[in-house]
Design a binder for this molecule. Sequence first.
Ligand SMILES: *[C@@H]1O[C@H](CO)[C@@H](O)[C@H](O)[C@H]1NC(C)=O
Ligand SMILES: *[C@@H]1O[C@H](CO)[C@@H](O)[C@H](O)[C@H]1NC(C)=O
Ligand SMILES: *[C@@H]1O[C@H](CO)[C@@H](O)[C@H](O)[C@H]1NC(C)=O
Length: 508
Amino acid sequence: SRDTDKTKTLLNNFKRILSLIFVFFLIHLKDKIQDFANFFNKVIDCHDGFLSILFCVSSDLREIVFIIQSQSNTFHVRQAERQKADLLKQAHSLVEEPPVVLLLHTLSHNEGDWSILPLLPHLSQSFGKNSSWIVFLEEETDVKMNTLAGVLATFDRNKEWFLGKHLHDEDSTIIHHYAFAENPSIFKYPDFSAGWALSIPLVVRLGNKVKQEPLKSDFTIDLKHEVALYIWDNGKGPNLTAVPELCTEPKDSPQALLCATTLSNHPTQCGKPVNKDDIFVAVKTCKKFHTERVPVIKKTWEKEALYLEYYSDYADPSIPTINLGVPNTERGHCGKTFAILQRFLSSAVPDTKWLVIVDDDTLINLPRLRALLGCYDPSEPVCLGERYGYGLSQGGYSYITGGGGMVFSREAVLQLLDSGCKCYSNDAPDDMVLGMCLNALNLPVTHSPLFHQARPEDYSKDFLAHQVPISFHKHWNIDPVAVFNKWLKEDFRSNASDGLNKRTKTEL
Ligand SMILES: *[C@@H]1O[C@H](CO)[C@@H](O)[C@H](O)[C@H]1NC(C)=O
Ligand SMILES: *[C@@H]1O[C@H](CO)[C@@H](O)[C@H](O)[C@H]1NC(C)=O
Ligand SMILES: *[C@@H]1O[C@H](CO)[C@@H](O)[C@H](O)[C@H]1NC(C)=O
């Protein structure tokens, strides 16, 4: 029996050693494979071989140009630079020569660059000869570079490709000019958050096309849809090819295991939410909506505002509304909005850092807005909201579309009024006139996809699924209180850090 004991101990020791070896092997497996791949890369020049997916992805990195869809506001510049540094760091661990990483807002002085199409001739000229892919990333898009290079390597780089994560409309929608009304879901456009890519042959052809026939579009409303339409070109160009590895799952989530792109969950660099008394809210209304729309605001979000005034063409003390002495106009509220800007700077209202101008049919979550504003410096001229463009390819301008809410720092309001900017008529579209003025002042319009000019059903479900929205607009064919309760009611104050992280995830 002593002998069997001895054998048992021996066996146990043997098992222990085996499992130690196994664990050691597991820990080092990853590094070993990487070392082997690096070794393999050096030994053979496997540029295009059939093993390229396994071993040669890193050598393909130089052929990818990354463009971060950055913005010129200081907060966004910081985010984009951090993202660029991360991309270069990853590349550095894989290859000696890093890929090109560009920040969109630095590529030229053309205000319309954010609409991307005007940039195509430039991209074609710079990279048409020495690259294979242009990969576009939003500030929030996190990239696993090796995986992404591996995925791109599975596509023939000599063909035209438009790659991304599919979005589609469930119903035809105003923000897409009711396109494909007979079957809205047939047309696919990319979710920019997941990143998207164009092969160089496509960039070169589109670059030539843009040079030969100037872009026609007057309004830029939902860029991702408009870019897809331009590329598709009524069936003459390629469709968006879905790439399952381009994802909008949060980084580090189990579902993101096979993803090449994810949504970043960097700890927020924003400060605390701004205080309630930092915000002044101006609601534009008129007599006919006092009983129809104002009660909705009172029932939903009014209580979150410390300072709020309703501006109307008629003073009704029961609300109360203030008559600014500007006659009501059917469309465009330029006169009213400029009177609001002047009043904001006057001693008639509390001195706050931020001015928020909304319509009487805007639904907005002010606690989420306060968290977002913690990212921005109110001493800078900040103009924030959902960015639209007008005539961007012909020297036009960007503007914050009014219905989703327009947010201004005090400094922005000061500069706007100092510039002598004014309405050409009381019923001019206020948001567009402000955009023209900002453009003349060279002040940037800062875009946040969390503001919405339309109703939740006007946006793709999958697009809304990964964001925590701040606003929606319009009561048409919906129950606005129910919409507010579904999309905008949840108040993150009870779970502040959670809410901030979630919100930041979509905003970065
Ligand atoms: C391709 O050319 C551009 C200049 O036209 C340069 O900036 C870029 O680094 C080049 N890329 C590669 C991979 O050589
Ligand atoms: C591209 O998409 C359209 C619908 O938008 C569809 O009718 C067409 O068959 C698709 N073409 C290809 C080549 O997949
Ligand atoms: C707050 O966040 C924690 C962690 O994310 C979560 O478990 C909890 O359910 C949240 N509480 C509320 C009230 O949402």
